[in-house]
Design a protein. Structure first.
Length: 256
């Protein structure tokens, strides 16, 4: 298997374990899930923290989502295209929320991705593991390692991060996701520009804002809007047509 595919398979296995066990998964479990030897993982990831944050980086990567949005059938009506796009975005945001919820306890324990950052002369502009997970552990990732953050040397990651994450900006991942998805929605709506009351780029921002807001678990709303409901509200508004005035009783007014 090519190195890129092998690395992706390791990340996929780690993500499933992260969702099911939080950060307590072990490298042995990842190896078993991916069907490889533990040593193979070490060729791609220097520490468990590095693997953990590679999962976070991967889940924020909007490339697959944008490809699915662009692949929507071209013969759909405007409402159908909007609803399908909202469904895809909601699903992707659900995965992001689940991964970040699983990581959250470790994020607090280790002081966040900003804490303990250390960059070596050969970092090449890449973030250090400590910048992502605090006191990153370069341990041997043995069965005793119940989670990232073990003491030891900080290990620099072996991969670039096209998602645009920066150790000093913990929100850069979602901002990059937001910008990329907004841009790909513009291609989706452009054929219907003459039917929109606002410019298509503003409509795209509105779509992404609506779906991200309604899918936030801390929004506190008793009702989570479905893609169908959001589509109806976004395209038709929240107001109904005013009722016609009821006819008055009695004699009609006289005219001069």
């Amino acid at each position: 298997m090519p190195p890129g595919q092998r690395r992706a398979s390791i990340i996929a296995a780690a993500r499933q374990l992260l969702l099911s066990t939080k950060v307590t998964f072990t490298i042995r479990q990842v190896a078993e899930a991916a069907g490889i030897a533990e040593g193979t993982i070490f060729r791609h990831f220097e520490s468990k923290d590095e693997l953990l944050w590679a999962v976070v980086d991967d889940v924020f990567d909007p490339a697959d989502l944008c490809a699915r949005i662009r692949a929507l059938p071209g013969d759909l009506e405007l409402a159908q295209r909007v609803e399908r796009a909202l469904e895809l975005m909601a699903s992707d945001l659900g995965t992001i929320t689940a991964v970040m919820t699983a990581v959250h306890p470790h994020h607090l324990h280790s002081g966040g991705r900003d804490a303990g950052s250390r960059r070596g002369p050969d970092d090449g502009g890449r973030r250090a593991v400590g910048a992502q997970a605090g006191t990153a552990g370069r341990d041997d990732l043995s069965e005793a390692d119940a989670g990232p953050g073990a003491e030891g040397d900080l290990g620099g990651p072996r991969h670039d991060h096209p998602q645009g994450h920066h150790p000093d900006d913990p929100r850069s991942g979602i901002r990059t996701w937001f910008a990329a998805v907004t841009a790909c929605l513009k291609d989706l709506l452009e054929p219907y520009a003459d039917r929109l009351r606002i410019p298509s780029d503003q409509a795209c921002t509105l779509l992404v804002s609506a779906v991200t807001t309604t899918n936030r678990p801390f929004a506190g709303s008793a009702h989570q809007f479905s893609p169908t409901e959001l589509t109806d509200i976004l395209l038709n508004g929240i107001a109904t047509e005013p009722a016609e005035s009821a006819p008055t009783t009695g004699s009609p007014p006289t005219t001069e």
